[in-house]
Design a protein around this ligand. Sequence first.
Ligand code: ARG
Length: 588
Amino acid sequence: MKKILDLLSEEMQQAFEAAGYDKALGKVGISNRPDLCEFQCNGAMAGAKQYKKAPIMIANEVAEKLAGSKAFSEVTAVAPGFLNLKMSESFLGAYVKEMSGAEKFGMEQPENPKTIVIDYGGPNVAKPLHVGHLRSAVIGEAVKRMQRFAGNKVIGDVHLGDWGLQMGLIITELQERKPELPYFDDSFTGEYPKEAPFTLSELEEIYPTASGKSKVDEDFKAKALQATADLQSGKPGYRAIWLHIMDLSIADLKKNYEKLNVDFDLWYGESDSQKYIPEMVEKMKKDGFAYVSNGALVVDVAREDDKKEVPPCMILKSDGAAMYDTTDLATLLQRKIDFHPDSVVYVVDKRQELHFEQVFRCARKTGQVEENTDLKFLGFGTMNGKDGKPFKTREGGVMRLSSLIQQIVDQMHEKISTNEALDAEEAAKTAEVVALAALKYGDLSNQASKDYIFDIDKFISFEGDTGPYILYTIVRIKSILNKYRDQGKEVSMDALGAVQNASEKALAMQLAQFNAVMENACEELAPHKVCAYIYDLANAFNHFYHETKILSEEDETKKAGWIALLNLTKDVLECCIDLLGFSAPERM
Ligand code: ARG
């Protein structure tokens, strides 16, 4: 479906042409003086020079051609030569009606959908999810859903951190604790136990202990490095331990992501790129890109015009172990072979920007991506506490994501329990649904690259620019629609017609911008623009609602039209929150 501004521009262009001017001058934009008009066209100003004519004369001539226009109810030429415009109520009504019946509310679908891989989540196996992992999951999920809505083929990959030193550390620590296990007996030829020699919570304790040790104990660290290299080269006992770690850890991660309403198409990890590494490295060497420096294999990626130093990409360490650069490069090769993506998007902490700059350059230089594959780093800022420093527990430690979620659910529960209409079970469920909206909206409403302050009291408020406010609006509309149905009537979109009053028009105008906003938000990978849109939409509805007695309206045609408009508002809001990755309850 065409965008409303394009339709208005088309009509304006015809008028310019009819008046004998270049039609390119007829571009219509949203007014920057909403007190004077809804839309404006500054084409007469631009045309004055070209036609050596006073702009007001051009504007007057164009305005004349627009008498009887279908799209504009008011066209006024004002000094020095602006065209101030109002959209016709019936034109707007018809547009909104068409939108209500259109696929995806009129969002245009591409002729050639793109294949996009989104790399997000990025949790590290054997370590619990902490608040640092929240943003990647929340933003990545929204970007994925939005791209899908835009008609592209999207593959979300969790890209587990499952192949680095942390594995060697766990193996080494386990060997110190339980040297008698068969995994450490090189002469063992039997079958390794099915059951892991540790529980998940033991595992979550083993890692930090080992990590701490490696910082003070050189010998321990050397052993862990060796174990990492041995695991990567396929030592059977280590591989078996690794599989235990993966099983336990992934099951737990899945549970946690499910709570966040985040899901991945692929549960690949750094380890899955292992099989591409030898071939990739050979080729890098053969092509003359990779060389040995201080014992390590590297590829230069610096450019002359770099303002900051960009160090070489580390391909292999002197002991042959793969590095973070290596797995990301080999993963790009893997994605090239598997999907031929048009675009690969990384939703990762912006502090990793340099790493991705190196990897992207190296991938292009050495041919790990096709030439026309776009590589995008969507770096996000830090979630800070009220003190402006990275969010911590009260004791100053790293907060587990599950604790953070529990905290917000508990506070929401307290709030929701004051609603006596809800029984205990519904209150508990509703608290979870609303808390998720609070958490996600609190995050997504900020431009991803910016840091933001995690302010739980603000996030859970039912008023202001918050998730619960959006949900509250949806719930309010649902309740009106239910009452209408209780009057024995049916909600029908056929009832949509010309808009009547000012607040209704403002609401309809907000709805009519859906496809334009969505197209832009998808193109820019910007969920915050969807948030801003639904906040405005919710405000427009609430304003209309306060000004209008809907259910007690006696003119049934009018009432049915309003109800239809409300229904569309609800549908659009629900569509948008689904793209953002949360949902609304029936009541709250
Ligand atoms: N596991 C990494 C971390 O916790 C993030 C992974 C991001 N994705 C990637 N392809 N490197 O820092």
